[in-house]
Design a protein around this ligand. Structure first.
Ligand SMILES: [Zn+2]
Length: 392
């Protein structure tokens, strides 16, 4: 007889897999009603801090029908985009208090917040627990990549950073270099989106990989995808990131000051953060102050080490950089490395010029030979011209 089906999305599949692979340890299974209640009350699970209960509550009428009629011991299939990707042996089904769940994850309940709206769209009325199996290998592969790098480098310290690299800019480069300075191995977790994105994951990976391959000692750096699912949406994000980085085998996590979920505040002249509550986490968390370009210092500086004040500072604002790129403009080289911009623009606007060779031959200096060029070369040459200082 065929199993009845539960319909879940990719994000839920990846989240279930994070637990299955031990990445959210000490969470090792879906919590039942009693365990969920305990975590809500104490903020601890098995003696280790954990910010909210780990449950799954798939939404939808069909799911509701199954969940309200199932019995302990029934096997249900997980169906993702029409494909069976796992199964669960039902142990218990219980009602979810949606408002409370939102508060635990986001720290507030605001129906107008778009992130919360998105979360509500996927949060059903009933949660279920039970042993489950999955057909999903991405996290296994990421674990394996880190394991192999550690065997190769044999590091005393493995540091990590989380990046969305949207787009990859000079302040990211600095953050990476500073981190690499003090570690043997650096793991860069590249955040995988679950929403439509102008800058696809593949393209962001391409730019980051290009930088690592060309400008860093590449055997000491690995890039792995990070399943940045809905559980990381809220204000516990930095805590969860720390737990995940630790379980992936890192002993240090470096976060930018602006990382969502750090919740910086000053107390008796000392910077404190929400992370202080989680001091028992066995990972060193380092928070780095924001980098800016100072037009007096003529370089990237941390706000702590430059005396010139805000009016001399150029900020690395990802949103604004994305606006330039989306408009097809070449970002200034002080903000983004020109070869990175060239990769991005040539892929975001393929074949945008009718006769690129003609423009190429007429405005760029050339050796008088017939050379063929792609669009990436075009942006690089254009930047060279932009940076030509005479007649400006
Ligand atoms: Zn300065």
């Amino acid at each position: 007889m065929k199993n009845r089906q539960l319909f879940i999305d990719k994000e839920a599949l990846a989240t279930l897999s994070l637990v299955k692979e031990g990445i959210l340890s000490p969470i090792d299974k879906l919590m039942n009603r009693e365990e969920a209640h305990e975590v809500e009350r104490t903020g601890y699970y098995n003696g280790v801090p954990f910010p909210f209960p780990f449950i799954i509550a798939p939404i939808g009428e069909k799911n509701n029908e199954v969940l309200t009629s199932t019995q302990k011991g029934e096997i249900l299939d997980f169906v993702v985009d029409g494909e069976i990707r796992g199964s669960i042996e039902v142990n218990e089904v219980f009602k979810v208090d949606k408002q409370r769940r939102i508060r635990q994850i986001f720290g507030r309940y605001d129906e107008n917040d778009p992130e919360i709206q998105l979360f509500l769209k996927r949060l059903g009325d009933y949660a279920l627990t039970g042993e489950y199996q999955l057909d999903f290998n991405d996290i296994k592969i990421a674990k394996q990549t880190i394991k192999e790098a550690k065997e190769r480098v044999n590091p005393k310290c493995t540091a990590s950073i989380m990046l969305s690299a949207k787009p990859f800019h000079r302040a990211h480069e600095r953050l990476i270099r500073i981190t690499l300075e003090k570690t043997d191995l650096l793991v860069i977790f590249l955040l995988k989106p679950y929403k439509q994105d102008v800058l696809a994951y593949k393209l962001r990976l391409k730019t980051l990989q290009y930088f690592v391959d060309n400008y860093l000692p590449k055997n000491r750096v690995v890039i792995v995808p990070f399943e940045n699912t809905y559980i990381f949406a809220g204000y516990n994000n930095a805590v969860l990131d720390s737990i995940c980085a630790y379980n992936f085998g890192c002993n240090k996590l470096v976060l930018g000051q602006n990382h969502s979920g750090i919740g910086m505040y000053y107390d008796k002249n000392e910077i404190r953060s929400i992370l202080d509550k989680y001091k028992s986490l066995e990972i060193q968390v380092e928070i780095i102050t924001e980098f800016v370009y100072c037009n007096e210092c003529k370089t990237l500086v941390s706000k702590n080490t430059c005396p010139h004040g805000q009016h001399h500072h150029i900020k690395y604002n990802s949103k604004s950089l994305m606006q330039l790129l989306k408009a097809g403009l070449l970002p200034p080289a002080v903000l983004m490395r020109k070869d990175i911009s060239a990769i991005l623009l040539s892929e975001m606007f393929p074949d945008r010029f009718e006769n690129i060779q003609e423009i190429y031959d007429s405005i760029f200096p050339n050796k008088g030979l017939l050379e063929s060029h792609d669009e990436k070369d075009f942006y690089l040459e254009l930047m060279n011209l932009h940076q030509t200082m005479s007649l400006t």
